[in-house]
Ligand binder design. Structure first.
Ligand code: ADP
Ligand code: MG
Length: 871
């Protein structure tokens, strides 16, 4: 133990040393940038603008991005000062260098990461290769493009945004109120988007810009969509050179376990399940025979919950299906169907493993005997049981394309990131993505008071105490941000506060823009905001509120700044740090404290009984807290343990996905080659489909016989469709293989290794079958059979394209961002600059809507109408 601890300390020191070394290096690196400032600040606007062309020319003449770094950073800093009125702090330049180097800059909340990233973004965009800036939601993508867009636009660079349903270009020229809007943006751009500064565009245009802002989901989905496309001209993305991921831990760690999937309902699978259910009625079970062969058509292995098919069983199935060889004629999919149907018959009994109620098959929990509402057996078993019971087989969905974020982001030549909380996950970033993490010091020292946890015996006692504490703080006027681990707890706490009569905002509407606005106001006097730990992520909390005067700001400072109150420890320390970091930004005063109870999940599951006995033996009443460093460190150990589990789980997901990733890349490459081929390349591709040269003759005959253009176009489509159809089937097979290897035990063998071997074999088959199918179809182009096959393939294509539009089950739904916006009498939405009338206690005021919102939200005024009502 002592040895291990020493080792850990040693490691910490190594990392610590590395960071210190890096920081002294960075301090040296910014000196020449600072030295350029007097000279650069003398330049006229036009001369500054000219820098972009000059840099690009020098790159063309052989200089590298690294050669240009000092000047480019100095230019961006100067332009930022002239446009936005903010001059990059030295620490922001240091963070920028780290990002340019393809590493993660840990910079605390409020340090201005958005601005820090502009320097490496500009520098890398000089190359002409795409620079993608990744944000956690659509709102932040648009906010950052509008906010930072002025720097890039000044320097002659275009900025695009890809959102869920729409895409935009930063386009200030089209704004008639530019001057006013510009001033407003510089003031409020950190949370409010001046929509007039962007113009809708097509996705390829947004990707065509020098710099593109968007979410991880949209970048990932567009990659998948591009590989379902049949039209080269409509491809969205143009490459994967450099990406900066904002809040990188949220994207690469928190979201890493759910891959992106584009799926659509599968066709007529119901019939197939019925067919196989019928086949099983002709099969007779036999006995498991120790030294083989088993008797009957199949034997049941109760221990492994598996069935073993005999040749006689397979022969009977082949006869029913009318095929000679189920394996070669129909492939693994049919075999899987057959096995599943037999399993459903032999191993699952009605009223035992499941019940049939209201025409639905429902699972019975084997331990509690309760019905598991809405849950389904996976891998087609549920459908097989439905078919057996003769109830409607529910439609399944088919995956057309999928990728994990890990593998999407590994496509980039250079990947970097920024976040307030990365150091506790630096090992994962290094092992999985091969990127280093460096902690950049804050611009001003952090003086926030992070207090010891308050520990209660019961959750009830804890919530009472939280409500009391919030009330005290509220009475003093100090703003409080209360963090909870779930939306459910959010509401619970809100009820407590209502009982105490404490006015407060609850942040759990899944509306990022509204969330941003509420969070931005969380630092106002007397504000009480209840939020999940990560809600409103990315939006700064300014003391005194959004448009606070110097006096209001000072008043809140006097009161102690923002008080961050955590109501439960999260599974990951990172998320707790994220919450604490909301307070005490840019050298402001602030405090943070967690209230925990022995009934919290983390405690119940991971803290030892010893802790509970300790509490008991102190004889502490329920609503009395203790601050005990032993308990706090037990909690931290539990957190580390869970972080470790989750890291392993993510690595496991990745190990499986890595197998598929190689295959996806190979198939997509093949597909791209066909999609982007010109006539000559297409011919070459077709000629190359067999070695004997026989097929070349077939193609040449066709070329001579038919219109060349038409034939080649048809051949191209057919080839793409062959790739897609078989790839989609392959994805399914791989999925089935994965579940079967992880279910069965193979003695000492690692299931991943078996999956890999099996995957390799299946993939080779796939490649052969693709070529095979193309060879089979080409000779028929223009003939009857071709037309029939073509129609079948066309159906697949249409499915894929429909799916492409729908975006699959996991895609974020468009958010009705303005659904709660008030309207004029004619139904049109009230704009921010429109005059409205508000009222409070009989008193009325007429003012701009944007000014009114503050009064409405914070001071009890209510909107009585638009000023147009009067006319
Ligand atoms: P982070 O993403 O690091 O939490 P933001 O990018 O949201 O921080 O910036 C926080 C606040 O700091 C914003 O209101 C921004 O306008 C302000 N800010 C950032 N950099 C500077 C600077 N160099 N000078 C003045 N204000 C700055
Ligand atoms: Mg940010």
């Amino acid at each position: 133990m002592a040895f291990l601890d020493n080792l850990k300390d040693g490691l910490k020191q190594v990392f610590g040393d590395q960071n210190t070394k890096k920081l002294s290096e960075l301090e040296e690196r910014i000196k020449p940038i600072n030295a350029l400032e007097p000279e650069i600040s003398e330049l006229s606007d036009d001369e500054l603008v000219g820098k972009t062309a000059e840099f690009r020319k020098r790159l063309a003449d052989g200089e590298t991005l690294d050669d240009l770094l000092d000047e480019a950073f100095a230019v961006v800093r100067e332009v930022s000062q002239r446009t936005l009125g903010q001059r990059h702090y030295d620490v922001q330049l240091m963070g920028g260098i780290v990002m340019h180097e393809g590493a993660i800059a840990e910079m605390k909340t409020g340090e201005g990461k958005t601005l820090a990233s502009t320097a490496p973004i500009y520098l890398n965009a000089l190359s002409g290769d795409p620079v993608h800036v990744v944000t956690v939601n659509d709102y932040l993508a648009r906010r950052d493009a509008v906010w930072m867009g002025q720097i890039f636009e000044f320097l002659g660079m275009s900025v695009g945004v890809v959102n869920g349903q729409k895409a935009f270009l930063y386009a200030p020229q089209q704004d008639e109120n530019l001057e006013e809007d510009d001033a407003e943006r510089d003031e409020e751009g950190f949370y409010d988007i001046v929509e007039a500064l962007v113009a809708p565009c097509e996705r390829p245009e947004a990707y065509g810009a020098d710099i593109t802002y968007g979410t991880n989901n949209q970048f990932g989905f567009d990659y998948l969509r591009d590989h379902l496309s049949y039209d080269e001209d409509k491809l969205r993305q143009r490459g994967y050179a450099f990406a900066i991921i904002d809040e990188i831990d949220s994207i690469l760690i928190d979201e890493a376990r759910t891959p992106l999937i584009i799926s659509a309902p599968a066709e007529d699978s119901g019939k197939l399940y019925a067919t196989f259910a019928e086949i099983t009625t002709h099969l007779t079970p036999g006995e498991l025979v120790e030294e083989g062969p088993n008797t009957g058509d199949y034997a049941i292995d109760e221990e492994k919950n598996a069935i073993l098919l005999n040749d006689s069983g397979i022969e009977k199935a082949e006869k029913s299906l009318g095929v000679d060889n189920i394996y070669t004629d129909k492939g693994v999919k049919y075999v899987h169907h057959l096995e599943t149907a037999i399993k459903a018959k032999a191993l699952y009994e009605n009223d035992q493993e499941y019940v049939v109620r209201d025409g639905e098959v429902q699972i019975v929990d084997e331990f509690t005997g309760r019905i598991l509402e809405g849950r389904r057996f996976s891998q087609g078993l549920h459908q097989a049981i439905e078919a057996k019971e003769g109830v409607t087989v529910q439609q399944e969905s088919r995956t057309y394309a999928s990728i994990t974020f890990q593998n999407y982001f590994r496509l980039y030549d250079k990947l970097s990131g920024m976040t307030g909380t990365a150091m506790t996950s630096s090992e994962e970033f290094f092992k999985v993505y091969d990127i280093d993490t460096f902690a950049i010091p804050t611009n001003k020292p952090v003086i926030r008071n992070d207090m010891e946890d308050q520990i209660y015996q019961t959750e009830l006692g804890k919530f009472d105490a939280v409500a009391r504490r919030v009330k005290e703080l509220n009475e003093s006027g100090q703003p409080v941000l209360v963090g909870t681990v779930s939306i459910e707890k959010n509401e619970l706490l809100s009820d407590y506060l209502k009982q105490e009569g404490i006015p407060h905002e609850v942040l759990n509407a899944k509306n990022d823009k509204r969330e941003g606005e509420i969070v931005a106001e969380a630092g106002a006097k007397g504000a009480v905001t209840i939020a999940t730990n990560v809600a409103g992520r990315g939006v700064d909390i300014k003391l005194g509120g959004v448009n606070a005067t110097e006096k209001e700001y000072e008043e809140i400072k006097e009161l102690g700044g923002l008080f961050v109150l955590g109501t439960e420890r999260h599974n990951a320390r990172r998320i707790d740090d994220q919450l604490r970091g909301r307070g005490g930004r840019q050298g402001d005063p602030g405090a943070s404290q967690f209230f925990v109870s022995l009934e919290d999940e983390l405690m119940r599951v991971f803290a030892s009984d010893a802790v509970k006995r300790m509490m008991g033996s102190f004889g502490i009443p329920e609503d009395q807290p203790i601050e005990n460093s032993m308990i706090t460190s037990a909690l931290e150990r539990a957190q580390k343990k869970i972080e470790g589990f989750n890291f392993d789980a993510r690595r496991q997901v990745l190990k499986y996905d890595d197998v598929l990733d190689k295959q996806r890349k190979a198939v997509y490459k093949k597909r791209d080659r066909i999609l982007k081929a010109d006539k000559e390349e297409l011919k070459e591709f077709l000629f190359g489909l067999d070695e004997t040269g026989e097929f070349k003759e077939v193609v040449e005959a066709k070329l001579a016989e038919l219109d060349e253009e038409q034939f080649l176009e048809a051949a191209q489509k057919v080839s793409l469709q062959a790739v897609d159809t078989l790839w989609v089937e392959h994805l399914e097979t791989m999925d089935q293989t994965k579940s079967s290897v992880s279910l069965r035990s193979y003695g000492q063998e690692d299931p991943v290794v078996i999956y890999k071997q099996e995957g390799k074999r299946l993939f080779e088959n796939l490649l052969d079958s693709v070529d095979d199918q193309i060879r089979r179809l080409i000779p028929n182009i223009g003939e009857g059979e071709f037309k029939r096959e073509r129609a079948k393939l066309e159906a697949t294509k249409q499915k894929a394209e429909a799916a492409e539009k729908r975006g699959g089950g996991q895609e974020e739904k468009p958010q009705p961002e303005t659904s709660d916006a008030p309207t004029h009498p004619d139904g049109s939405e009230i704009g921010r600059n429109d005059k409205v009338i508000i009222e409070k206690g009989g008193e009325k005021q007429e003012l701009k809507y944007k000014q009114a919102t503050r009064l409405i939200e914070n001071e009890g005024w209510s909107l009585v109408g638009s000023a147009r009502d009067k006319s």
